[in-house]
Each structure stands twice: as C-alpha cells, then as structure tokens.
Design a protein around this ligand. Structure first.
Ligand SMILES: [Cu+2]
Length: 507
C-alpha cells in the first residue's frame, strides 16, 4: 500500500540514526591527550548516534588545581571557526574533583572541534580537540511504532472524508429535520472529491519525504570510508584512487565539491598519505608506506619486496577542511621484488593472529631488544577510554637510550580488529588526526603560528631532540567493540623503525 511505504519512509527518516566515524574505520569516538595551557588533560568525545545529536564529553585533568572547565563545539576551519558560541560549563564529579563531564549538541556534520577552556590556580588555558562529525548508518524502525503511526494516519484520512460528508449532509439542518435526497447526493459527491484530494495529498507527502530521505541517505553515505580503487602496475607499483561510485546517491556525493578529492589532501604528520598494507586473513605482515601524489587525483607507491597473497589496504588522508578519511580496499598481489624500504616507510612480519587470539604483552624487536606492553591487570573492556603504555628495552633488558621521534612523534600505533571492521591509527596525542589538530590549534587565540610548526606537532608538545626521547610511549584509545585485536606499535631507535605487535582479546 502506497501510504504505508510513505509512512515507513517518513518514520525511517525521523528515526534515522547515524553511527559516526573518524579518520579510522569503525572507531568513532575521539580520544585526546594534551595540555590546555598549564593543565594536562585527557579528553574523550563520544560522538552522537544522530546528527544533530548530543556528544558526551569526559575530561580528566591531571592537575589538581582546575576549578572549572567549559566546552563549546564549533567548526574546525573556515567560517564559524573563530566565533565561538557561549561555552557550556562541564560538571565536576563530586567523588573525583579532577573528572569533568559535559553533553554538547553537535548541530552539523563535517570537521568540527570541541574547544576546552580551563580555569584554575595557574590562570586560564585553552585547547581544541578536532571531532569528525558524521552520519553513517540508518537504523531500522520499530515495527510497533510504524503500525501505530500507520493506524493513526488511516484514522485521520478516513476521518476527514466522513467529516466533510457529515458537514455537507447535515450542516444548517433545522432541529429534527432529515437530510433531503439532494443533500445525501451532494454529501456523497463531496466525500468522493475529498477522498481524491486526501489521496493526492498523501501522494505529494510521499514524494516530499522521498526527496528528503534521499538527501538524508546522501549525507549518511557521504562520510562512509571511501572505497579505494587499487591498480597494480609495472610489476612493482600500486596506484590508489577513490573508487567511482555505483548508486545515484554515491555519484552525487562523488561530484560534491566537499567530497574527498585526493588531489587536494593536506599533509598529516609529514606525509600526504599513510598507506597500510596488511596481509590477510592472518595479519601476519604489515607495511606502513607513504605514497606520492600523482596526476589525476591519485597516489602511487613503489612497493617493497612482498610475498604473493591478498592484502588489505587502509589509506589515511586529511581533506583541506581537516576531515580525516580512510580509504579501504583489498588486492591480490603476485610476489614482488621491489625497492628497499626508505625514509619513513616500515614493515613487520611475524606470527599470524590466532583465532581466538592469544593475549601477548612482549614483542621482540630485531636488534634483540623488545617492546613491553604494560597492560593493566584484568580483562580489557570495549567502549572505555584506556591508556596504552609501552616500554622499549634494549637487548640487555635495560630501558632503551636511543629513542628518536618517528615522523615527529614518540610513536604510532595501529589497532586492527581481526575481521578488519576496525582500523585506527593512533598517536600519543590520541585518535585525532594530527593535521586536524594543527588546524584546530591554529585557530586558538595566539595559536596562529602553530600552523608553521614542523611535522604537525601539537602546540603543547615541543619537538623533541633526537636521542632524548624517554624509553616509553603511550596512547590514549578505547576499543569500539569487543573482539580480537592486533596492535602494531611503531617507534624509532637510532635511525631504525621498529614495530612491536600485541594481540588482545577485548570483552
Ligand atoms: Cu602516525
């Protein structure tokens, strides 16, 4: 029945909920660690299920003399990014005065930021946390509610017809007078005309909602991880493009000027693209490469030596508005005799990820040293902000004295779920994109210079001197869902990139 489909369309639209997504795949929440002026903070932003929707913000202050924290959402860059609305006061926990929570309405999709203003014993401090706000999925509607709404609509439609009939038949009758045959005929005609009108109205309504539903779906599809079109050429080269879309909605997205175009992405910690090649299904080898931009909205990487097999590709880029995207694809490759790894490129190979996974906390590295995950006791839980701490030891088991920044940071970590439904590229500053963080800090009062800082370092983190990094690295992050995960931890020692690999079962 036509009106039923219409109603379903309408209700689906009303109840459409979106799971947001960020630089990563399947890992929507934002984890950030940094300083607002003199105050070190850990910020978690749980992005809402619907946009507009309410984001839940948790802030832990590592300093005791924080009196009040205010938060406000705004655009990351462009118009509106320098005119903050009035911030909301975060609620200080009674039990733990260093813990603050707030709920914020996110009104639009795209690259946003949450500005955090801190007031305390050492004066004021301010920091911006980039938040990619997106709609990703439409949830199905409850059948009972649909049935109820349908019944109510039917009642209204039929009711109107009968009311009009009654008015024409019995309006202005004297008391006790019976409607004449002529009035009866007029009433039947009026009911017929009204039925036609009501049907036409329902039809127009359906068309109107159809247009809106398509528009909503377009916005939902807009921020999905774009499919990577992968081409293996010249026996050693991988070309990466955004795949052309199939459906009308996807084609409309692709033509939108706000959509991802690989020709105008901005550098993120020193590279335009971070490409991860994972050998599937075992995740027993991983390459972290940095392809070059080539003509025609594409990137290309000269591959190193690779064994033949199937590879999963995750390619991280950031668009000019500061929105992080991860292109996703997979490709079968023959055995490749390629060029040796150079620059920031790195590789790891080792044991397959077992199913079910076997938890591991020690990962040997090639020079005889090891990386140790200082894992908290007890099971790991999904959906909680966690702190991941890794100690780096030399071959004598002593804390490594030769740690260097790798691409400007103490370390890089990739969290991958065994079924590839989660991929997150995380740094000591958290899951935020470093390029977006740079844009956000540049917008702060007095932060205009940070855009010129080298290597996308957050303002609060001074560029460390080589050889002076502590022998440990930590990452704030939370597993988005239970399951088996492999964690790749990448650091640099004495000019060599080392990768530690850890498996974790998450409840
Ligand atoms: Cu990185």
């Amino acid at each position: 029945m036509r009106s039923r489909t219409q109603l379903f369309g309408l209700l689906t639209l009303l109840l459409a909920a979106a799971l947001p997504l960020s630089a990563h795949v399947g890992s929507p929440d934002v984890f950030y660690e940094g300083s607002a002026g003199p105050y070190p903070l850990v910020v978690t932003v749980r992005v809402p299920q619907v946009i507009p929707g309410v984001a839940e913000i948790q802030i832990r202050s590592e300093s005791r003399d924080v009196r009040a924290i205010r938060v406000v959402p705004m655009r990351l860059a462009g118009p509106g990014s320098n005119l903050p609305p009035t911030p909301d006061l975060a609620v200080q926990s009674k039990d733990d005065p260093q813990f603050f929570t707030a709920s914020l309405w996110l009104m639009e999709t795209g690259a946003l930021q949450v500005r955090v203003l801190v007031d305390g014993g050492q004066g004021q401090g301010e920091v911006s946390v980039p938040v990619p706000s997106s709609a990703q999925r439409t949830l199905p509607m409850q059948k009972s509610l649909a049935g109820l709404m349908f019944a109510l609509m039917l009642l209204l439609a039929v009711g109107v017809v009968f009311i009009v009939g009654a008015i024409v038949r019995e309006g202005n009758l004297e008391g006790g007078e019976l409607p004449s045959n002529a009035r009866q005929r007029r009433a039947r005609r009026a009911m017929l005309v009204t039925s036609v009108l009501v049907t036409v109205l329902l039809f127009l309504g359906k068309a109107w909602w159809g247009v809106n539903a398509a528009d909503f779906q377009r916005r939902v599809d807009f921020f999905k991880p774009p499919a990577a079109a992968l081409k293996f050429v010249d026996g050693h080269r991988l070309e990466i493009r955004v795949a052309r879309a199939d459906t009308a909605v996807e084609r409309a997205n692709f033509r939108s000027p706000a959509y991802l175009h690989l020709g105008d992405v901005i550098p993120d910690h020193g590279h335009l693209m971070h490409l991860f090649l994972l050998r599937v299904p075992d995740l027993n080898a991983m390459w972290h490469l940095h392809p070059d931009s080539i003509a025609g909205d594409a990137f290309a990487a000269d591959l190193p030596d690779l064994p033949a097999g199937r590879y999963q590709v995750f390619a991280d880029v950031v668009d000019p508005r500061g929105y992080p995207w991860t292109l996703v694809g997979s490709i079968d490759l023959p055995q490749i005799v390629g060029k040796p790894l150079a620059g920031d490129d790195s590789a790891w190979s080792g044991a397959p990820l077992a199913s079910p996974s076997v938890d591991s906390t020690i990962s040997p590295i090639p020079d005889g040293g090891r990386i140790v995950w200082q894992r908290p006791a007890g099971p790991l839980k999904a959906d909680l902000p966690l702190e991941f701490n890794f100690a780096v030891q030399d071959k004598g088991g002593r804390p490594a004295q030769d740690m260097e920044p790798y691409m400007g940071m103490a370390g890089h970590a990739e969290f991958v779920r065994s079924d590839l439904s989660v991929f997150a590229h995380v740094h000591p500053a958290g899951s935020v994109s470093m390029a977006a963080l740079e844009l956000a800090q540049a917008g702060l009062p007095g932060g205009g210079d940070s855009a010129q800082m080298p290597m996308s370092m957050p303002m609060s983190t001074p560029m460390p001197e080589p050889g002076t990094l502590p022998p440990e690295v930590h990452f704030p992050y939370g597993f988005p869902q239970p399951g088996d995960y492999r964690i790749f931890v990448q650091i640099k020692r004495a000019g060599r990139v080392e990768t530690g690999v850890f498996d974790a079962h998450v409840q």
